[in-house]
Design a protein around this ligand. Sequence first.
Ligand code: FES
Ligand code: MG
Length: 570
Amino acid sequence: MTKRRSQHWFGGNGKDAFIHRSWMKNGGLPDDAFDGRPVIGICNTFSEFTPCNAHFRGLVEHIKAGVLEAGGLPLEFPVFSCGESNLRPTAMLFRNLASMDVEESIRGNPMDGVVLMAGCDKTTPSLVMGAASCDLPSIVISGGPMLNGRFKGKQIGSGTDVWKFSEDVRAGVMSEQEFANAESAMSRSPGHCMTMGTASTMASMVEALGIALPGNAAYPAVDAHRARLARMTGRRIVEMVHEDLRLSAILRREAFANAIRINGAIGGSTNAVVHLLAIAGRIGCELSLDDWDRFGRDIPTILDLMPSGRFLMEDFCYAGGLPAVMKEIASLIDLDAMTVTGRTVGENIAQAENFDPEVIRPTEKALTAQGGIAVLRGNLAPSGAIIKPSAASPELMRHRGRAVVFEDIDHYKAIIDDPALDIDETCIMVLKNCGPKGYPGMAEVGNMALPQKLLQKGVRDMVRISDARMSGTAFGTVVLHVAPEAAVGGPLALVRNGDFIELDVEARKLHLDVSDTEMEVRRRSWQAPVPAMDGGYQHLYTQRVLQADRGADLDFLVGCRGAGIPRESH
Ligand code: FES
Ligand code: MG
């Protein structure tokens, strides 16, 4: 057997091994902690600024117990925590930074396997991206969703109902006092958003990819099942080290195809598109934006969860969780794909049961026959744009309208409620300069709220187009991730008020009715926007970020650099 990775630090009798062991013993570790047992790094995204992950100090103890029970040595380490609700200008700006922290922490330290503790939206991709660039045996455990929100006798969902309530206030049908009361009713327990937002989506994606134990997606954060799952995750990673079961053996094309299909079945977040593309790039797996359409096109959305449907994550858990969804669409996924259990997807879901066909519907009663993510192309988005049909209004899926243009988010905020704004419900709202480089960080502002005067008329949806993302908890006929983005001079930058735009989701078309000659004229007078900050990490980010169709990773981070033993430090 080849020498265990951690033994390159802790094995032997020389000066270097003395240094590595002696300092580790300052907390009371006995001699036999370094006898060659698997050293398991536990990568913790705990932060009180990331409320969705703030319970991780407790959860980690269950993982450690599991690692110890299986004969490993658990060593916890903190990494940058990307919290969605507080980080500005957007948590997405820091996903790549966090992934660098994860990658270098893993490679530079004496560990043989890793448990990745993820929760809030960007924490999941940042950890998996970093770990994928190292390719040690790795397993994800999610922190779990909050209990369902309850307000005035009704269930309310994280994010989704914030957008609804705030439009109700602006439309004059909800009081400001009621709005304030809803705050405490929405977030009733530790955990992440309990709608099918990006956190629940990514918790489902890691389970669908086969890099988390079955059941990972849905157990609420405060359910004892979650603690038990953490313990089993700790035990399992030790076995994975013995088996040398690495991410690259699991994160293969069939795993990504499964994840894309399952994303369609659960009505998952559009954010999964950029995250899965970025993860595939790190592990070196071929995956393109068009694969999202190819694999996801005919997948029915069968999970009736907000924002596409009615229920919330607690209901999903009681209905059987993701294994039950996977079983319902078993004929549409690759059952031979390998997973962290050491077994295939098919074996993992063999015993799964659907306990509530209202929540997890049989395919013939699907919410939308064609779920998934539609990839649009045309002269407005030569490198692609996306829309989530299950969250859109059917009557707007084919629409031609007059563009009302906002040059950036500040311009939008300044004029949206101006009664003089020339806009009606047939118009198409176009927002520029909110992409990876433009915002920077591709903020979740694509689901821009409608003008107050139209809300008061009862209008609740309009076609909106931007190079931004939108929150996974949001809904509407919203075209996102337009690439190339406006800030790098993509055609989106050249749209003007009064231009006509055609959206045809069925034909996968996004067309700007402006001649090529006129576009050339406009291009000559285009000037790149000035970056908000030109130093520090933001400088590196805006110089090196890839467009949305490539996952918005930094170009030099793409690829797997392995976890070879770095040179000795002394
Ligand atoms: Fe953290 Fe929604 S804000 S998951
Ligand atoms: Mg979000």
